[in-house]
Design a protein around this ligand. Structure first.
Ligand code: G1P
Length: 288
């Protein structure tokens, strides 16, 4: 059983300045919910209700979001606006939230290692909240948890990217063991197109077995002088097995403007527009 999920949220979000100067990038809203809430919803739907954040300076708004706001809730009690808090209240009731701080930015591998204290010796999910994923019926993390039940090893989610974009991702090489599932043989962090072992890029969803922590401890800084989870996973793959899974659904890179706008349009048209009328009627009634 996997019950824990780690959210590394200490990053600065420089691609979104000045919006992220005083606000965590994970709190940017896609329509009516902050990015991080979508990630936590995906984790909780997959049964991962023990949520751990690797946080940092200036990220307090995330803690406040996953907590009660007594003044506000008292203020709107009994009005039609209460319905707007149903989703987040449900998440708070079903989950626990733990926080640890990354005091220096030394890469995603270092962030995950910092999370060891809230994860312990258990397999766990990792969600990078600025990769917003809409699963095909089943959430992406739940698809991966189902695979974990069968294979009991670390799994990374992948998608095909154009050669011109391999430099933004960890890229894998692997042997297909079934449709959309690969046994990883090599991984390179952010390769130039001519160095990329394939066009299969890792996106921000991982299932990791806890031996990754010891591996991370002895993983030297890699690309960009940072400790890379990709390098640690390559070691784990050599020692045993790591799978790459071509997930079913859509993913948007919301760490940049165009992905963020695409995600906003997609979510609004696909999920929100039909519900919006009901919500607006309820809010208007409450204002009367
Ligand atoms: C990180 C990882 C990279 C992965 C990406 C997915 O990079 O290092 O391997 O492909 O997340 O979003 P970052 O985007 O944090 O630079």
């Amino acid at each position: 059983m996997i019950t824990k999920c780690l959210f590394p949220v200490a990053g600065y979000g420089t691609r979104f300045l000045p919006a992220t100067k005083a606000m965590p990038k994970e709190m940017l809203p896609i329509v009516d919910k902050p990015l991080v809430q979508y990630g936590v919803e995906e984790a909780v739907e997959a049964g991962l209700c023990e949520i751990g954040f690797v946080t940092g300076r200036g990220k307090r708004a995330i803690e406040d979001h996953f907590d009660t706001n007594y003044e506000l809730e008292h203020q709107i009690q009994g009005s039609g606006k209460e319905v707007l808090l149903d989703g987040i209240r449900g998440l708070i009731n079903r989950s626990t939230f733990s926080y640890t701080r990354q005091t220096s930015m030394k890469g995603l591998g270092h962030a995950i290692l910092t999370g060891r204290t809230v994860i312990g010796d258990y397999p766990f999910g990792v969600v990078l909240a600025d990769d917003l994923c809409f699963g095909d019926g089943i959430g992406v993390l739940e698809q991966m948890v189902n695979l974990y039940q069968r294979f009991k090893c670390s799994i990374v989610a992948i998608e095909e990217v154009p050669a011109s974009e391999t430099h933004k991702y960890g890229v894998i090489a692997g042997d297909a063991i079934e449709d959309g599932l690969y046994d990883i043989t090599d991984m390179v962090e952010k390769p130039a197109p001519e160095e990329a072992p394939s066009n299969l890029a890792i996106i921000g969803r991982y299932i990791l077995t806890p031996d990754i922590f010891d591996i991370l401890e002895s993983t030297p800084p890699g690309r960009g002088g940072e400790v890379q989870i990709t390098d640690a996973l390559k070691t784990q793959a050599k020692n045993g097995r790591v799978l790459a899974y071509k997930f079913k659904g859509r993913r948007f890179d919301c760490g940049g403007i165009s992905g963020f706008v695409d995600a906003t349009n997609y979510y609004y048209n696909r999920f929100f527009a039909c519900e919006a009328d009901d919500k607006i009627v309820s809010i208007k009634n409450s204002a009367k």
